[in-house]
Design a protein around this ligand. Sequence first.
Ligand code: PMP
Length: 323
Amino acid sequence: ICWSEHGGWHRPRVQPYGPIALDPAAAVLHYAQEIFEGLKAYRHADGSVWSFRPEANAARMQRSAKRLALPELPTEYFIDSLKQLLAVDADWVPSAPETSLYLRPFMFAKEAFLGVRAAKKVNYYVIASPAGAYFTGGVAPVSIWLSTDYARAGKGGTGAAKTGGNYASSLLAQQEAAENGCAQVLFLDSAEGKYVEELGGMNVVLVYKDGTLVTPKSDSILEGITRDSILDLARDRGHKVEERRVSIDEWREGVASGDIVEMFACGTAAVVTPISQIKGAEFTIGSADAEAGPLTMSLREELTDIQYGRREDTRGWMVRLDA
Ligand code: PMP
């Protein structure tokens, strides 16, 4: 779909996958004025195709758009774009267990100019790609690298928006994580280098001995839809849930004293993935051979059961895409 200052959103169409022609002066190539989303289409046992809370992705994209001075795409257009893509061929959604079709809506500044200002011509696209497990090794616990040299986002910055620049700033840290045998990087806040933010592409949740789930509160993290959903499921099971600042020292001491009993990463791609250890230049939290926590795994199961239609969706989270 195209957008222009005068014409608004127009020209929705589905076209064969292929390169996009861009003017070398297209604003996105210089000033990174772009945003994206990530969600999945799941095939249920009766063959129908569903997505999980797409309104939440649409709302987040609208918040990202506002921050990046891009036009807001109405929720209805967002959901319709997914439906129209699947109307071409719903068989793109795989049916093997725990597979899905990853959907990547994105929007960028297409207008060609070299001055620095918000573009007046913007394009929105959705591409799709079949997805299996994000981490090789399935749901085996993963090691995370604690980055102390790099921050992902700062106060007043774009950290809460899903925009490429945040990922560009995380790439070097992510490389460092891989060099240290870790699956993801853990970022701390940029001001004090003390409070836990999130991973390169996932949120984190800690489980305390008394059953309380704690997740970092911050203005500069991406508010994950998986995190929100998992916390909702936990609350309904009677767990206390806290969104608050968590220092890396609290995490380290909590694991050492046995006060923190489970830790996991969550996101659309990772679903819910247990964390075995945090490796840092100066210390390690947990141990490489730690096993997946029982609450982690049962929340993962409940969530995926809803997503794959194996359990009743009592919250109205699932939206059908092929009808
Ligand atoms: N944080 C970051 C930086 C991410 O890229 C993602 C993945 N979109 C998440 C958190 C988790 O968000 P969600 O659960 O909506 O996928």
